[in-house]
Design a protein around this ligand. Structure first.
Ligand SMILES: [Zn+2]
Ligand SMILES: [Zn+2]
Length: 677
């Protein structure tokens, strides 16, 4: 009887591979293959593993080897390049390979019965593109044409940084480059696949619609976290089996299996949501660049406000910079940006007189306005004037936020919910006051101010139901909304044709954040939200306007914003980072620990600090995290820095092994290239 030993990866925190025995049976005679999935007994459970090697013998004692339950042979084995990508991510972020490779694979592929996978495969193979006429492509301007030619003309690996103001037509560059790459492959009888990543799920339907209209003959798959398991299986297999020509997705799609990948595009490459913030804390952008180099193909990073790292690489020549300097739609000028000095303009309800009159002007002309306030809820805190009581969360170092329509106090960190108290829990005072303002409170004020206006609020609270965000955006696009109010959800990507005013309420808090990236993020966010205005061609006597309420109108960040001067802002920021010894001039890793007491967390980090000699690595003192307590756990962190990425990586590997060997019961995790410190 034919027998093989399979070395497999399993989704488990144990950083090792596992050996299993496979025996040929009459029903299963084809030999197992690297890259196939296999059903296995694991402890008392049955799990799916990924075959990494097929051997004739094992170092494990024969009596301890367990038998494979079933080989999954109906799908094409995953390619060695894909396994190498997962292995790189596992090594770089210091997680077991199984925790990288398996969670991204559809649950149905791992768990479902063979028959349902067969049915899905059949569906994909017989799926014909709908006969439809393609929407005409708009003519490209010179900048766009040059960018498309540079990308499509690339032989081998190159990272292109596509820098273009909002509305400069980056999407057209992506689509034309994709089309050119597909055509080149087709003319030489090859297959090609394009991976296009966007930062937000909410942007995928709009882009998907756009891509389908332009390329009705192509097969398009989408991958993001809101797909049903059935959809996910179908789209993932369509990509993996090579049927999908274009794969659209959010960060998790960077790990999709794409056997014919020829071009990667990362839209809004600076966006923080490309960084996964739990489990495998990877950067989809960084992995995508690695993947492009591995496959020797071009990658495009697009943004109006590139990340400081990418800008630095473009300056040093590591990335190739492509610039779009004009707005793509004729007559659509950049919006005028104005600052409203809040020291001079009192705004007891959050909106200053100049902003109110600008809103009134838009209403009178039937144009749309957008108000941006990055704080959801009614008020960030409730307060008792009589005794000083304040709505602290009992489980976190944070306030409970007042949500007035829902009559709830909610903690945005641990999700604790309480009914709004009718009187002060401490002194019984019935007159509790909301302090500060969130989107709900501004919405309430707008309805008083403009009773006839159609006001729509879009934030995480108003869009909890699946599909409700899309409905809300559709209403804005149809013109059923006069004033749109929202958090960062409204800042990204959408082209609102009748929008001519953007008001920004209270952006100042980020100016004084401890996080060294806060300024970079604020600048990007403000440029992005400003870019929502003036995307349409305007009447001669009308103009688009962005009004920003601030107490610090002289702040250099706002001065750069007024001049639409991203490059100036980026150069200043880079100079500051260089002189302060911060990324991208150094490399960092962060070890976090959580415990019942802060002392225990700090003590663990202190012992981790002294665990191994660390030449060339500076390890700071452990410190409590800014929001120290979340859901009852006290949290602290330890920052490691080095001038050499290789040196840092060389230290982290044995250090992680030593940390795991401590077998502490306290929760800890490592983040490489942390973004929130
Ligand atoms: Zn009180
Ligand atoms: Zn809480």
């Amino acid at each position: 009887m034919l027998k093989k030993i399979l070395k497999v990866a399993i989704d488990t925190p144990l950083d090792t591979t596992f050996d299993y025995r496979w025996n040929a049976t009459s029903t299963e005679s084809a030999l197992p293959h690297v890259g196939q999935f296999v059903r296995l007994p694991f402890g008392r459970r049955e799990v799916t593993g990924l075959i990494l090697d097929v051997l004739d013998s094992s170092d494990v004692e024969e009596s301890k080897l367990r038998n494979v339950i079933e080989l999954r042979q109906q799908i094409t084995p995953l390619a060695p390049e894909w396994i190498a990508l997962c292995q790189f991510a596992a090594d770089y972020y210091h997680r077991p390979l199984g925790e990288v490779a398996l969670p991204g694979v559809p649950k149905h592929l791992r768990d479902a019965k063979t028959a349902s996978i067969d049915r899905t495969l059949k569906k994909i193979r017989t799926q014909a593109a709908a006969p439809a006429t393609a929407e005409p492509a708009p003519a490209l301007n010179d900048d766009q044409r040059a960018a498309v030619d540079a990308i499509a003309g690339t032989r081998g690996f190159a990272t292109h940084l596509l820098h273009g103001v909002t509305g400069s037509g980056k999407t057209e560059v992506y689509l034309n480059a994709a089309q050119a790459v597909l055509a080149q492959a087709g003319s030489s009888g090859q297959r090609a696949q394009i991976l296009l990543l966007v930062p937000e799920i909410n942007l995928t339907p709009q882009l998907e619609h756009h891509v389908r209209a332009r390329f009705p003959q192509l097969n398009i798959a989408t991958l993001h976290s809101q797909l049903s398991e059935g959809e996910r299986l179908r789209h993932w297999l369509s990509a993996h089996e090579g049927y999908a020509d274009i794969v659209l997705g959010t960060r998790l799609a960077v790990l999709a299996s794409l056997p014919h990948l020829k071009l990667i595009v990362i839209d809004e490459e600076h966006d923080p949501s490309y960084k996964q913030q739990e489990g495998l804390r990877y950067s989809a952008r960084d992995l995508a660049v690695w993947r492009a180099r591995q496959l020797n193909i071009p990658i495009v990073l697009g943004s109006a406000t590139p990340s400081i790292e990418s800008w630095h690489h473009a300056g040093s020549g590591r990335y190739r910079k492509l610039s779009l300097t004009q707005r793509a739609v004729a007559h659509a000028a950049l919006p005028r940006i104005g600052l409203i000095d809040m020291e001079r303009n009192k705004a007891p309800d959050g909106l200053s007189p100049p902003l109110i009159s600008a809103l009134r002007d838009r209403l009178a002309h039937g144009e749309q306005s957008l108000l941006f306030l990055n704080r959801r809820g009614y008020a960030p805190v409730m307060h008792c004037d009589a005794c000083g009581w304040i709505s602290n969360c009992r489980r976190c170092t944070a306030f409970m936020v007042l949500h007035k329509p829902e009559r709830r106090l909610r903690c945005h960190h641990c999700s604790l919910e309480l009914r709004v108290p009718v009187s002060c829990p401490t002194c019984g005072n019935v007159d509790l006051q909301p302090l500060g303002r969130g989107t709900q409170r501004v919405e309430e004020y707008l309805q008083i101010l403009f009773p006839d206006a159609r006001v729509l609020r879009i934030d995480a609270d108003s869009t909890r139901r699946k599909g409700s965000a899309q409905q809300a955006f559709d209403a804005v696009h149809r013109g059923d909304v006069d004033i749109l109010l929202g958090t960062q959800m409204v800042a990204k990507g959408h082209d609102f044709q009748r929008l001519t005013l953007v008001g920004v309420i209270n952006p100042d808090t980020a100016l004084f954040s401890q996080d060294y990236r806060a300024g970079e993020r604020l600048f990007a966010q403000l440029m992005q939200v400003a870019g929502r205005a003036g995307r349409a061609a305007m009447q001669q006597d009308r103009h688009s306007e962005v009004l920003l309420q601030t107490r610090y109108p002289q702040h250099p960040l706002y001065r750069a914003l007024l001049a639409h001067d991203y490059a100036g802002f980026a150069e200043t920021t880079l100079e500051e980072r260089r002189s302060a010894g911060m990324p991208p001039f150094i490399y960092q890793a962060l070890l976090r620990a959580e415990a019942k007491t802060l002392g225990a967390a700090l003590e663990f980090l202190q012992s981790a600090r002294n665990l191994l000699p660390h030449d060339g690595i500076s390890i700071n003192e452990p410190v409590p995290m800014t929001i120290t307590r979340v859901a009852g756990a006290e949290r602290a962190q330890l920052l490691l820095e080095s001038a050499s990425r290789a040196q840092l990586q060389a230290f982290l590997k044995p250090w992680m092994q030593s940390l795991r060997a401590l077998k502490t019961r306290l929760r800890w995790s490592l983040e490489v290239d942390p973004v929130d410190i």
